[in-house]
Design a protein around this ligand. Structure first.
Ligand code: ADP
Length: 432
Protein backbone atom coordinates (compact mmCIF):
# COMPACT_ATOMS: atom_id res chain seq x y z
CA UNK A 1 0.00 0.00 0.00
CA UNK A 2 2.80 2.43 1.00
CA UNK A 3 4.68 1.58 -2.21
CA UNK A 4 1.57 2.35 -4.30
CA UNK A 5 1.00 5.70 -2.52
CA UNK A 6 4.68 6.62 -3.02
CA UNK A 7 4.44 5.77 -6.78
CA UNK A 8 1.26 7.88 -7.13
CA UNK A 9 3.09 10.69 -5.26
CA UNK A 10 6.06 10.46 -7.66
CA UNK A 11 3.76 10.63 -10.71
CA UNK A 12 1.86 13.58 -9.15
CA UNK A 13 5.19 15.43 -8.50
CA UNK A 14 6.29 14.67 -12.08
CA UNK A 15 2.96 15.99 -13.39
CA UNK A 16 3.26 19.15 -11.23
CA UNK A 17 6.87 19.77 -12.42
CA UNK A 18 5.94 19.24 -16.08
CA UNK A 19 2.80 21.42 -15.57
CA UNK A 20 4.75 24.29 -14.12
CA UNK A 21 7.23 24.06 -17.01
CA UNK A 22 5.08 23.13 -20.07
CA UNK A 23 1.65 24.18 -18.93
CA UNK A 24 -1.05 22.62 -16.68
CA UNK A 25 -2.64 20.41 -19.34
CA UNK A 26 0.73 18.70 -20.10
CA UNK A 27 1.22 18.20 -16.34
CA UNK A 28 -2.20 16.55 -16.01
CA UNK A 29 -1.47 14.40 -19.07
CA UNK A 30 1.79 13.14 -17.53
CA UNK A 31 0.00 12.35 -14.26
CA UNK A 32 -2.81 10.53 -16.12
CA UNK A 33 -0.21 8.55 -18.13
CA UNK A 34 1.50 7.57 -14.88
CA UNK A 35 -1.76 6.34 -13.36
CA UNK A 36 -2.58 4.39 -16.57
CA UNK A 37 0.86 2.78 -16.52
CA UNK A 38 0.34 1.77 -12.90
CA UNK A 39 -3.05 0.20 -13.75
CA UNK A 40 -1.49 -1.69 -16.67
CA UNK A 41 1.40 -3.04 -14.58
CA UNK A 42 -1.02 -4.04 -11.84
CA UNK A 43 -3.26 -5.85 -14.36
CA UNK A 44 -0.23 -7.70 -15.70
CA UNK A 45 0.78 -8.75 -12.18
CA UNK A 46 -2.76 -9.94 -11.42
CA UNK A 47 -2.86 -12.06 -14.57
CA UNK A 48 0.47 -13.73 -13.51
CA UNK A 49 -0.99 -14.34 -10.07
CA UNK A 50 -4.21 -15.85 -11.45
CA UNK A 51 -2.08 -18.15 -13.65
CA UNK A 52 -0.16 -19.27 -10.53
CA UNK A 53 -3.38 -19.87 -8.58
CA UNK A 54 -4.32 -22.50 -11.18
CA UNK A 55 -1.01 -24.27 -10.52
CA UNK A 56 -0.58 -23.61 -6.85
CA UNK A 57 2.01 -26.40 -6.35
CA UNK A 58 4.64 -24.13 -8.01
CA UNK A 59 6.35 -21.24 -6.18
CA UNK A 60 4.50 -17.92 -6.70
CA UNK A 61 5.68 -15.64 -9.61
CA UNK A 62 8.56 -13.29 -8.65
CA UNK A 63 8.33 -9.47 -8.70
CA UNK A 64 4.62 -8.97 -8.57
CA UNK A 65 4.96 -5.64 -6.83
CA UNK A 66 2.76 -5.13 -3.78
CA UNK A 67 1.40 -8.70 -4.16
CA UNK A 68 4.78 -10.13 -3.12
CA UNK A 69 3.97 -9.40 0.51
CA UNK A 70 0.61 -11.21 0.25
CA UNK A 71 1.75 -14.21 -1.76
CA UNK A 72 4.86 -15.13 0.24
CA UNK A 73 3.01 -15.96 3.54
CA UNK A 74 0.19 -17.71 1.63
CA UNK A 75 2.75 -19.90 -0.14
CA UNK A 76 4.59 -20.62 3.14
CA UNK A 77 1.31 -21.72 4.75
CA UNK A 78 0.45 -23.83 1.72
CA UNK A 79 3.81 -25.61 1.90
CA UNK A 80 3.40 -26.21 5.60
CA UNK A 81 -0.12 -27.67 5.09
CA UNK A 82 1.08 -29.84 2.22
CA UNK A 83 3.87 -31.27 4.41
CA UNK A 84 1.37 -32.06 7.16
CA UNK A 85 -1.03 -33.70 4.67
CA UNK A 86 1.85 -35.77 3.24
CA UNK A 87 2.86 -36.90 6.73
CA UNK A 88 -0.76 -37.78 7.60
CA UNK A 89 -1.18 -39.67 4.31
CA UNK A 90 2.02 -41.58 5.05
CA UNK A 91 0.75 -42.46 8.51
CA UNK A 92 -2.61 -43.59 7.11
CA UNK A 93 -0.79 -45.70 4.50
CA UNK A 94 1.33 -47.33 7.22
CA UNK A 95 -1.79 -48.07 9.29
CA UNK A 96 -3.57 -49.50 6.24
CA UNK A 97 -0.55 -51.67 5.42
CA UNK A 98 -0.44 -52.89 9.03
CA UNK A 99 -4.18 -53.64 8.89
CA UNK A 100 -3.63 -55.60 5.68
CA UNK A 101 -0.74 -57.52 7.27
CA UNK A 102 -2.89 -58.60 10.23
CA UNK A 103 -3.26 -62.38 10.38
CA UNK A 104 -6.84 -61.74 11.55
CA UNK A 105 -9.65 -60.31 9.48
CA UNK A 106 -10.73 -56.75 10.35
CA UNK A 107 -14.02 -55.15 9.29
CA UNK A 108 -15.26 -51.67 10.18
CA UNK A 109 -18.95 -50.79 10.30
CA UNK A 110 -20.73 -47.46 10.68
CA UNK A 111 -23.45 -46.72 13.22
CA UNK A 112 -26.05 -48.48 11.02
CA UNK A 113 -23.91 -51.61 10.84
CA UNK A 114 -23.06 -50.93 7.18
CA UNK A 115 -19.65 -52.10 5.98
CA UNK A 116 -17.19 -49.25 5.53
CA UNK A 117 -13.87 -51.07 5.17
CA UNK A 118 -12.26 -54.50 5.56
CA UNK A 119 -8.83 -56.02 5.03
CA UNK A 120 -7.99 -58.83 2.58
CA UNK A 121 -7.95 -61.48 5.33
CA UNK A 122 -11.58 -60.65 6.19
CA UNK A 123 -12.46 -60.92 2.47
CA UNK A 124 -10.89 -64.40 2.43
CA UNK A 125 -12.57 -65.43 5.67
CA UNK A 126 -16.09 -64.35 4.80
CA UNK A 127 -15.90 -64.34 1.01
CA UNK A 128 -16.81 -60.69 0.64
CA UNK A 129 -15.65 -58.10 -1.90
CA UNK A 130 -14.98 -54.64 -0.49
CA UNK A 131 -16.00 -52.69 -3.59
CA UNK A 132 -19.22 -54.66 -4.03
CA UNK A 133 -20.21 -55.01 -0.39
CA UNK A 134 -19.26 -51.55 0.88
CA UNK A 135 -22.30 -49.78 2.41
CA UNK A 136 -24.19 -53.06 2.68
CA UNK A 137 -25.51 -54.27 6.02
CA UNK A 138 -23.27 -56.81 7.75
CA UNK A 139 -26.40 -58.87 8.41
CA UNK A 140 -26.80 -59.35 4.65
CA UNK A 141 -23.13 -60.20 4.25
CA UNK A 142 -22.77 -62.57 7.22
CA UNK A 143 -26.00 -64.48 7.11
CA UNK A 144 -25.31 -67.04 9.85
CA UNK A 145 -28.16 -67.04 12.42
CA UNK A 146 -25.64 -67.34 15.29
CA UNK A 147 -24.01 -64.11 14.13
CA UNK A 148 -27.38 -62.40 13.89
CA UNK A 149 -28.17 -63.33 17.49
CA UNK A 150 -24.68 -62.37 18.66
CA UNK A 151 -24.51 -59.01 16.88
CA UNK A 152 -27.92 -57.92 18.15
CA UNK A 153 -26.74 -58.10 21.78
CA UNK A 154 -25.98 -54.82 23.53
CA UNK A 155 -22.48 -55.87 24.64
CA UNK A 156 -20.01 -58.43 23.27
CA UNK A 157 -17.83 -59.71 26.08
CA UNK A 158 -16.52 -62.68 24.06
CA UNK A 159 -16.34 -63.95 20.48
CA UNK A 160 -18.84 -66.21 18.73
CA UNK A 161 -17.81 -69.35 16.82
CA UNK A 162 -19.28 -69.55 13.32
CA UNK A 163 -19.14 -72.45 10.89
CA UNK A 164 -19.29 -70.95 7.42
CA UNK A 165 -19.39 -72.50 3.99
CA UNK A 166 -17.00 -70.62 1.71
CA UNK A 167 -16.25 -71.79 -1.85
CA UNK A 168 -17.33 -75.32 -0.98
CA UNK A 169 -15.10 -75.44 2.11
CA UNK A 170 -16.26 -75.42 5.69
CA UNK A 171 -14.51 -72.76 7.76
CA UNK A 172 -14.60 -72.27 11.51
CA UNK A 173 -14.33 -68.59 12.40
CA UNK A 174 -14.11 -66.87 15.75
CA UNK A 175 -15.86 -63.53 15.35
CA UNK A 176 -15.54 -60.72 17.89
CA UNK A 177 -17.50 -57.46 17.67
CA UNK A 178 -16.27 -54.34 19.48
CA UNK A 179 -17.51 -50.74 19.48
CA UNK A 180 -15.00 -47.97 18.72
CA UNK A 181 -15.02 -44.20 18.19
CA UNK A 182 -18.50 -42.68 18.19
CA UNK A 183 -21.11 -45.28 17.26
CA UNK A 184 -18.73 -47.29 15.06
CA UNK A 185 -18.02 -51.00 15.20
CA UNK A 186 -15.05 -53.23 14.54
CA UNK A 187 -15.34 -56.95 13.73
CA UNK A 188 -12.28 -59.16 14.13
CA UNK A 189 -12.38 -62.62 12.50
CA UNK A 190 -9.96 -65.46 13.22
CA UNK A 191 -9.76 -68.69 11.24
CA UNK A 192 -9.74 -71.57 13.74
CA UNK A 193 -10.45 -74.36 11.23
CA UNK A 194 -7.05 -75.98 11.77
CA UNK A 195 -7.21 -75.58 15.55
CA UNK A 196 -10.66 -77.20 15.56
CA UNK A 197 -9.44 -80.02 13.32
CA UNK A 198 -6.46 -80.61 15.59
CA UNK A 199 -8.70 -80.64 18.63
CA UNK A 200 -11.02 -83.17 16.95
CA UNK A 201 -8.02 -85.30 15.94
CA UNK A 202 -6.70 -85.16 19.51
CA UNK A 203 -10.07 -86.18 20.96
CA UNK A 204 -10.46 -88.97 18.40
CA UNK A 205 -6.93 -90.14 19.14
CA UNK A 206 -7.51 -90.33 22.91
CA UNK A 207 -10.83 -92.12 22.29
CA UNK A 208 -9.13 -94.55 19.88
CA UNK A 209 -6.23 -95.33 22.22
CA UNK A 210 -8.64 -95.94 25.10
CA UNK A 211 -10.77 -98.14 22.90
CA UNK A 212 -7.80 -100.12 21.59
CA UNK A 213 -6.44 -100.76 25.07
CA UNK A 214 -9.80 -101.41 26.70
CA UNK A 215 -10.56 -104.54 24.72
CA UNK A 216 -7.42 -106.52 25.63
CA UNK A 217 -7.59 -105.17 29.18
CA UNK A 218 -11.20 -106.38 29.55
CA UNK A 219 -10.28 -109.82 28.20
CA UNK A 220 -7.22 -110.00 30.44
CA UNK A 221 -9.05 -108.98 33.64
CA UNK A 222 -11.90 -111.34 32.70
CA UNK A 223 -9.50 -114.29 32.62
CA UNK A 224 -7.78 -113.18 35.82
CA UNK A 225 -11.13 -112.90 37.65
CA UNK A 226 -12.23 -116.30 36.39
CA UNK A 227 -8.97 -117.88 37.55
CA UNK A 228 -9.18 -116.14 40.94
CA UNK A 229 -12.82 -117.13 41.57
CA UNK A 230 -12.52 -120.73 40.43
CA UNK A 231 -11.06 -123.30 42.76
CA UNK A 232 -7.57 -124.11 41.52
CA UNK A 233 -8.36 -127.83 41.15
CA UNK A 234 -11.37 -127.18 38.87
CA UNK A 235 -9.04 -126.13 36.01
CA UNK A 236 -7.16 -128.77 34.14
CA UNK A 237 -3.50 -128.13 33.29
CA UNK A 238 -4.52 -127.89 29.66
CA UNK A 239 -7.21 -125.25 30.40
CA UNK A 240 -4.74 -123.31 32.54
CA UNK A 241 -2.21 -123.26 29.76
CA UNK A 242 -4.85 -122.17 27.25
CA UNK A 243 -6.00 -119.31 29.52
CA UNK A 244 -2.45 -118.23 30.16
CA UNK A 245 -1.67 -118.19 26.44
CA UNK A 246 -4.76 -116.10 25.78
CA UNK A 247 -3.76 -113.65 28.51
CA UNK A 248 -0.25 -113.47 27.11
CA UNK A 249 -1.68 -112.74 23.66
CA UNK A 250 -3.71 -109.80 25.02
CA UNK A 251 -0.71 -108.47 26.97
CA UNK A 252 1.43 -108.70 23.83
CA UNK A 253 -1.22 -106.83 21.89
CA UNK A 254 -1.18 -104.01 24.42
CA UNK A 255 2.59 -104.03 24.35
CA UNK A 256 2.58 -103.72 20.56
CA UNK A 257 0.12 -100.79 20.69
CA UNK A 258 2.14 -98.99 23.36
CA UNK A 259 5.39 -99.60 21.46
CA UNK A 260 3.90 -98.17 18.24
CA UNK A 261 2.45 -95.21 20.13
CA UNK A 262 5.86 -94.49 21.63
CA UNK A 263 7.47 -94.73 18.19
CA UNK A 264 4.92 -92.28 16.80
CA UNK A 265 5.40 -89.86 19.65
CA UNK A 266 9.20 -90.02 19.28
CA UNK A 267 8.87 -89.37 15.55
CA UNK A 268 6.61 -86.39 16.22
CA UNK A 269 8.68 -84.81 18.96
CA UNK A 270 12.22 -85.42 17.69
CA UNK A 271 13.61 -82.72 15.41
CA UNK A 272 14.17 -83.82 11.82
CA UNK A 273 17.64 -85.26 11.93
CA UNK A 274 19.68 -85.22 8.74
CA UNK A 275 21.27 -88.55 9.72
CA UNK A 276 23.98 -90.27 7.71
CA UNK A 277 24.14 -92.49 4.59
CA UNK A 278 22.39 -95.77 5.34
CA UNK A 279 23.11 -98.82 3.21
CA UNK A 280 19.50 -99.75 2.65
CA UNK A 281 20.22 -103.19 1.17
CA UNK A 282 21.46 -104.35 4.60
CA UNK A 283 18.32 -103.00 6.28
CA UNK A 284 16.05 -104.60 3.65
CA UNK A 285 17.81 -107.99 3.80
CA UNK A 286 17.40 -108.06 7.59
CA UNK A 287 13.68 -107.12 7.27
CA UNK A 288 13.27 -109.85 4.65
CA UNK A 289 14.84 -112.42 6.98
CA UNK A 290 12.29 -111.52 9.68
CA UNK A 291 9.49 -111.46 7.11
CA UNK A 292 10.29 -114.97 5.94
CA UNK A 293 10.00 -116.20 9.51
CA UNK A 294 6.59 -114.48 9.78
CA UNK A 295 5.51 -115.92 6.43
CA UNK A 296 6.39 -119.47 7.52
CA UNK A 297 7.04 -120.42 3.92
CA UNK A 298 3.55 -119.48 2.77
CA UNK A 299 4.63 -116.78 0.29
CA UNK A 300 6.97 -116.48 -2.65
CA UNK A 301 9.48 -113.64 -2.26
CA UNK A 302 11.08 -111.86 -5.22
CA UNK A 303 13.96 -109.53 -4.46
CA UNK A 304 15.20 -106.78 -6.69
CA UNK A 305 17.65 -104.83 -4.53
CA UNK A 306 20.37 -102.37 -5.54
CA UNK A 307 23.13 -103.34 -3.12
CA UNK A 308 25.16 -100.12 -3.07
CA UNK A 309 22.31 -97.56 -3.10
CA UNK A 310 22.31 -95.51 0.12
CA UNK A 311 19.94 -92.96 1.56
CA UNK A 312 20.85 -90.31 4.12
CA UNK A 313 18.69 -90.63 7.20
CA UNK A 314 18.06 -92.33 10.52
CA UNK A 315 18.67 -96.07 10.26
CA UNK A 316 16.21 -97.13 13.01
CA UNK A 317 13.40 -95.09 11.47
CA UNK A 318 14.13 -96.37 7.96
CA UNK A 319 14.23 -99.94 9.25
CA UNK A 320 10.84 -99.50 10.89
CA UNK A 321 9.27 -98.19 7.62
CA UNK A 322 10.89 -100.99 5.58
CA UNK A 323 9.59 -103.74 7.85
CA UNK A 324 6.12 -102.19 8.29
CA UNK A 325 5.43 -102.36 4.57
CA UNK A 326 6.87 -105.85 4.34
CA UNK A 327 4.90 -107.29 7.28
CA UNK A 328 1.70 -105.70 5.95
CA UNK A 329 2.27 -107.40 2.59
CA UNK A 330 2.57 -110.76 4.37
CA UNK A 331 -0.43 -110.18 6.64
CA UNK A 332 -2.73 -109.09 3.83
CA UNK A 333 -1.61 -111.62 1.22
CA UNK A 334 -3.15 -115.08 1.38
CA UNK A 335 -1.09 -118.26 1.21
CA UNK A 336 0.91 -118.82 -2.03
CA UNK A 337 0.82 -115.13 -2.90
CA UNK A 338 3.91 -113.37 -4.25
CA UNK A 339 5.68 -110.47 -2.56
CA UNK A 340 8.15 -108.43 -4.62
CA UNK A 341 10.57 -106.21 -2.75
CA UNK A 342 12.47 -103.61 -4.77
CA UNK A 343 15.09 -101.00 -3.93
CA UNK A 344 16.26 -99.05 -6.96
CA UNK A 345 17.21 -95.70 -8.39
CA UNK A 346 14.70 -94.01 -10.69
CA UNK A 347 15.57 -92.05 -13.85
CA UNK A 348 14.90 -88.80 -11.97
CA UNK A 349 17.57 -89.72 -9.39
CA UNK A 350 15.15 -90.69 -6.61
CA UNK A 351 15.72 -93.86 -4.61
CA UNK A 352 12.61 -95.97 -4.33
CA UNK A 353 11.68 -98.75 -1.90
CA UNK A 354 8.60 -100.62 -3.01
CA UNK A 355 6.71 -103.66 -1.79
CA UNK A 356 4.27 -105.25 -4.19
CA UNK A 357 1.93 -108.03 -3.17
CA UNK A 358 -0.75 -110.14 -4.80
CA UNK A 359 -2.94 -109.92 -1.72
CA UNK A 360 -6.46 -108.80 -0.89
CA UNK A 361 -5.96 -105.23 -2.18
CA UNK A 362 -7.73 -102.10 -0.95
CA UNK A 363 -10.84 -100.34 -2.27
CA UNK A 364 -10.08 -96.88 -3.72
CA UNK A 365 -12.19 -95.04 -1.12
CA UNK A 366 -10.09 -96.50 1.71
CA UNK A 367 -6.68 -95.64 0.25
CA UNK A 368 -6.55 -91.94 1.30
CA UNK A 369 -7.36 -92.88 4.92
CA UNK A 370 -4.86 -95.73 5.39
CA UNK A 371 -2.22 -93.54 7.01
CA UNK A 372 -4.64 -92.23 9.66
CA UNK A 373 -3.91 -93.60 13.10
CA UNK A 374 -5.93 -96.71 13.91
CA UNK A 375 -7.63 -96.74 10.51
CA UNK A 376 -8.14 -100.31 9.31
CA UNK A 377 -10.16 -101.56 6.41
CA UNK A 378 -10.90 -104.84 8.12
CA UNK A 379 -10.54 -104.47 11.89
CA UNK A 380 -10.92 -108.20 12.52
CA UNK A 381 -8.22 -109.21 10.04
CA UNK A 382 -5.84 -106.56 11.31
CA UNK A 383 -6.24 -107.74 14.93
CA UNK A 384 -6.10 -111.39 14.04
CA UNK A 385 -2.73 -110.85 12.39
CA UNK A 386 -1.36 -108.77 15.29
CA UNK A 387 -1.90 -105.34 13.71
CA UNK A 388 -2.07 -102.17 15.75
CA UNK A 389 -3.50 -99.89 13.06
CA UNK A 390 -0.46 -97.63 13.46
CA UNK A 391 2.04 -99.16 11.01
CA UNK A 392 1.25 -96.96 8.02
CA UNK A 393 0.93 -93.84 10.20
CA UNK A 394 4.50 -94.55 11.39
CA UNK A 395 5.70 -95.22 7.85
CA UNK A 396 4.20 -91.97 6.57
CA UNK A 397 5.87 -90.05 9.41
CA UNK A 398 9.24 -91.62 8.68
CA UNK A 399 8.81 -90.76 4.99
CA UNK A 400 7.94 -87.14 5.81
CA UNK A 401 10.96 -86.81 8.11
CA UNK A 402 13.17 -87.92 5.21
CA UNK A 403 11.43 -85.62 2.67
CA UNK A 404 10.25 -88.81 0.99
CA UNK A 405 6.83 -89.60 -0.43
CA UNK A 406 4.72 -92.62 0.40
CA UNK A 407 2.46 -93.69 -2.46
CA UNK A 408 -0.12 -96.46 -2.46
CA UNK A 409 -1.52 -98.16 -5.56
CA UNK A 410 -4.04 -100.87 -4.96
CA UNK A 411 -7.11 -102.55 -6.36
CA UNK A 412 -9.52 -104.64 -4.36
CA UNK A 413 -8.72 -108.30 -4.90
CA UNK A 414 -5.74 -107.54 -7.14
CA UNK A 415 -2.95 -106.71 -4.69
CA UNK A 416 -1.13 -103.54 -3.72
CA UNK A 417 2.09 -101.61 -4.28
CA UNK A 418 3.39 -99.45 -1.43
CA UNK A 419 6.38 -97.25 -2.37
CA UNK A 420 8.57 -94.74 -0.59
CA UNK A 421 10.54 -92.43 -2.91
CA UNK A 422 13.49 -90.54 -1.40
CA UNK A 423 14.62 -87.27 -3.02
CA UNK A 424 17.88 -87.22 -5.06
CA UNK A 425 19.67 -85.00 -2.51
CA UNK A 426 19.48 -87.84 0.05
CA UNK A 427 20.64 -90.52 -2.35
CA UNK A 428 24.23 -91.72 -2.71
CA UNK A 429 26.15 -94.75 -3.95
CA UNK A 430 28.53 -96.56 -1.61
CA UNK A 431 30.87 -98.95 -3.39
CA UNK A 432 31.28 -102.21 -1.49
P1 ADP B 1 -2.45 -102.57 10.70
O1 ADP B 1 -1.67 -102.79 11.91
O2 ADP B 1 -3.92 -102.69 10.91
O3 ADP B 1 -1.96 -103.36 9.54
P2 ADP B 1 -1.46 -100.33 9.21
O4 ADP B 1 -1.42 -98.89 9.55
O5 ADP B 1 -0.18 -101.00 8.91
O6 ADP B 1 -2.24 -101.03 10.38
O7 ADP B 1 -2.41 -100.52 7.97
C1 ADP B 1 -3.67 -99.90 7.99
C2 ADP B 1 -4.66 -100.71 7.17
O8 ADP B 1 -4.27 -100.68 5.80
C3 ADP B 1 -4.68 -102.17 7.53
O9 ADP B 1 -5.55 -102.41 8.59
C4 ADP B 1 -5.19 -102.80 6.24
O10 ADP B 1 -6.59 -102.72 6.21
C5 ADP B 1 -4.63 -101.89 5.16
N1 ADP B 1 -3.41 -102.44 4.54
C6 ADP B 1 -2.13 -102.11 4.84
N2 ADP B 1 -1.27 -102.77 4.04
C7 ADP B 1 -2.03 -103.53 3.22
C8 ADP B 1 -1.73 -104.42 2.14
N3 ADP B 1 -0.49 -104.68 1.75
N4 ADP B 1 -2.78 -105.01 1.51
C9 ADP B 1 -4.03 -104.76 1.87
N5 ADP B 1 -4.38 -103.91 2.87
C10 ADP B 1 -3.40 -103.31 3.54
Amino acid sequence: MTKTLITIGIWAALGWLTGSWLGASTGWAVFAFGLLLMILVSGLQLSRISKWVRNIEEPPPPSVGPWDEVLAPIYRKLRQDRKEIDELTRQVDVIMLAAEALPDGAITLNESMLLTWCNQTACDHIGLQLEKDRNHSIFNILRAPEFNRYARQSTWPGPVLLHLQNEGQEKSLLVQLAPYGVGRFLIVTRDVTQVEKLETTRKDFVANVSHELRTPLTVLSGFLETMRDMPAESLSAEQKERYQNMMLEQAERMQAIVADLLTLSTLESAPTASGEPVRMSTVIHEALRQAQILSRGQHVFIENIAEDLCVTGMETELASAVSNLLTNAIRYTPKDGTITVSWYRTESGHACYSVQDTGIGIASQDIPRLTERFYRVDRGRSRATGGTGLGLAITKHVAMRHNAELTIHSRLGAGSIFSVAFPPNRVSIEES
